[in-house]
Design a binder for this molecule. Structure first.
Ligand SMILES: C[S@@+](CC[C@H](N)C(=O)[O-])C[C@H]1O[C@@H](n2cnc3c(N)ncnc32)[C@H](O)[C@@H]1O
Length: 247
């Protein structure tokens, strides 16, 4: 690695700290964030799998799957932090010809996702593998599109992880990262509140106490120090989608 590259990486790491907005968090929440595990271990995987079957989650898997298919309808797709793999099931239902792969850093989530694929009769159609966003277990230029839902706020090293996403994407491919943000516009909250119920929707933000969400501005900024060099955001349901393109 040459010196210029090292300087850029140091700068990226500083930006990464800034863009977590850590200064905005109280000491207690910073400490919680620090000790919180990156992946969701058992029994969290068990509870998450149960709540991901509810209407608000299913509605969002449906909306996100439709949105993804506006960018890519065939080829290989990678879902990073796939959890119980429910988005992949929706994608398969809407576009059975796509080759779908999900990775998750939590072994118990991987087990849950594999169990869900087996129940849906999709074990042969959808590949689930253990793997961390910061070290994606695939060769470069491998996927036509890389997506992630409800996972980016867990990542301890977002710059490193997005550079990994860049590496495994084929040139011209899109990365679409859908996540909750701390300052969702009121219009979005009103519309989604009417659709799914105001209280059920608000409960989703409870998780942000120990695993803080980005605000909109900082969510877009995480793309800047990466090889993508920037990205744009827009809302799909209550989720803010960060859109980045390789090359
Ligand atoms: C809130 S769940 C979302 C799961 C799924 N994407 C969904 O929409 O239902 C977040 C998932 O990201 C996984 N995760 C967190 N950090 C990760 C990382 N660095 N690499 C891979 N997976 C990660 C967790 O284990 C968990 O399964």
């Amino acid at each position: 690695m040459c010196c210029a590259e090292r300087v850029d990486i140091d700068k990226a790491e500083r930006l990464e700290l800034d863009c977590w907005g850590m200064a905005k968090l109280s000491f207690g929440r910073r400490l919680l964030k620090h000790i919180h595990p990156e992946g969701i271990p058992w029994p969290g995987s068990f509870f998450y799998n149960a709540i991901s079957g509810t209407a608000i989650f299913q509605g969002h898997y449906e909306m996100v799957a439709k949105d993804i298919l506006n960018y890519c309808t065939q080829g290989r797709l990678l879902d990073v932090g796939t959890g119980p793999g429910r988005l992949l099931v929706k994608l398969h239902q809407q576009s059975p010809e796509m080759r779908l792969v999900g990775i998750d850093s939590s072994p118990s989530m991987v087990a849950k996702a594999r169990e869900n694929m087996a129940k849906a009769g999709l074990s042969d159609a959808i590949e689930i593998k253990e793997g961390n966003a910061s070290q994606i277990p695939f060769a470069g230029d491998n996927f036509d599109i890389v997506v992630s839902q409800w996972s980016v706020h867990h990542w301890k090293h977002p710059t490193e992880a997005l550079n990994e996403v860049y590496r495994v994407l084929k040139p011209g491919g899109y990365a679409l990262m859908y996540d909750l943000v701390s300052d969702t516009p009121v219009e979005v909250l009103d519309e989604m509140g009417r659709k799914f119920g105001r209280w059920k929707m608000r409960l989703l933000w409870l998780h942000g106490f120990e695993e803080p969400f980005y605000d909109r501005e900082n969510y877009a900024v995480i793309a800047h120090p990466t090889l993508f060099k920037g990205g744009q955001t827009r809302f799909v349901g209550i989720l803010c989608c960060l859109i980045m393109k390789k090359g």
